[in-house]
Design a protein around this ligand. Structure first.
Ligand SMILES: [Fe+2]
Length: 351
């Protein structure tokens, strides 16, 4: 049995995109670690398809889950040897965590930001929340600064469980910071902290399925969002962000993961961003590390995991890329209402 046969089996069983190269990535990760979360992290294959692949490889006699580990069998080792697969190797830069920037002036607000974040509202499943580490948020701000998208600029944050608005405002660098979120708890939290700290953050409770308020359209230099990962949900965030931008030269930042989005979905997303009038200027994979949320055991992929272990809170396996786009022509998006569930699609794993 070959990698292509495994890939075919995964596609037949799940209806999800899955290539022989994905099967290779799974085996490369399994050569590096027997831990389910490390494998999910290293493989960069969407979790739902990856679970199906692990089970297909078990049926083929390549893997054994009996000790609560993902262990290669002698037959599995033979497959790996014949296919010439090497262990997955992580060579992340130790200084910046692979993010490609220094914190620079943002380092001065780090302590204050961590103190504020310590009392943040916990992530809830209802809105597909799961926030990034405080380091990830601080590096985001440094990244915006580095690209000239922060100082003297008007910034809109769409969905803010990562507290980007507060971190940005703490630097006193932006001209204006506006944050929107559907979650009353976050809206209250940001409003209260901003008042206590004397920060200028405009806060608005808003469901992004609804059109943006007229006053926010075409009014910003920069938007930031870390969307839900369904294609429809992702584009909802991206299009709202784009409609809020002034025009050519305005920039948008988006988080996108491999954990819940195949490269097929990545391509669909990229195509839509280009069609909306933007160029993709930066893409830094694994920029964001997420703090494990309290609803791991009720997330969609849990029952599919062949080995079940609740990961520690600061044991990152969910990571996402930071994508920067810049408009090269006026945004071609409609500010139309959306209805129904924007969180779920076949690759959704954490909803
Ligand atoms: Fe570095």
């Amino acid at each position: 049995m070959k990698l292509s046969a495994i890939a075919q089996e995964v596609r037949d069983n799940t209806g999800l995109p899955f290539t022989p190269r994905d099967a290779e990535r799974v085996l490369a990760a399994a050569l590096t670690s027997e831990d389910i979360w490390r494998i999910i992290d290293l493989a960069d294959v969407p979790v739902m398809a990856l679970c199906s692949a692990l089970r297909a490889m078990e049926r083929a006699g390549w893997l054994d889950f009996s000790r609560g580990r993902v262990a290669l069998t002698p037959a599995g080792r033979e497959v790996v040897r014949e296919a010439g697969i090497a262990p997955a190797l992580e060579l992340r830069c130790g200084r910046c965590g692979g993010r490609g920037v220094e914190l620079g002036p943002v380092a001065q607000i780090a302590e204050k930001f961590r103190k504020i974040a310590a009392s943040r509202p916990e992530a809830i499943q209802q809105f597909d929340q799961g926030y990034v580490t405080e380091d990830s948020t601080l590096y985001r701000i440094a990244y915006l600064w580095n690209r000239g998208d922060l100082v003297g600029k008007e910034l809109l944050v769409l969905g803010d469980d990562d507290l980007v608005s507060l971190a940005a405002a703490l630097t006193r660098a932006p001209k204006r910071v506006v944050m929107l979120d559907i979650d009353e708890r976050l809206v209250d939290f940001v409003r209260t902290v901003a008042r206590q700290e004397g920060l200028e953050v405009e806060v608005l409770q808003h469901d992004l399925r609804e059109p943006l308020p007229q006053g926010l359209l075409g009014a910003f230099d920069t938007f930031f969002c870390d969307p839900t990962e369904s294609l429809r949900g992702f584009l909802a965030f991206a299009h709202r962000g784009l409609s809020a931008l002034r025009g050519p030269g305005s920039a948008g930042y988006l988080g996108l993961t491999r954990r819940e989005a195949s490269l097929s979905k990545w391509r669909d997303i990229q195509r839509e961003l280009l069609a909306a009038g933007a160029a993709i200027t930066d893409l830094r994979d694994d920029f964001h590390d997420y703090v494990n949320w309290p609803y791991i055991e009720t997330m969609r992929s849990w029952e599919h995991l062949p080995v079940k272990r609740v990961p520690g809170r600061e044991e990152p396996w969910y990571r996402s890329a930071l994508i920067r786009i810049e408009l090269v022509e006026p945004a071609r998006v409609e500010n139309a209402p959306l209805s129904g569930d924007i969180f779920t699609d076949p690759e959704a794993a954490t909803t």
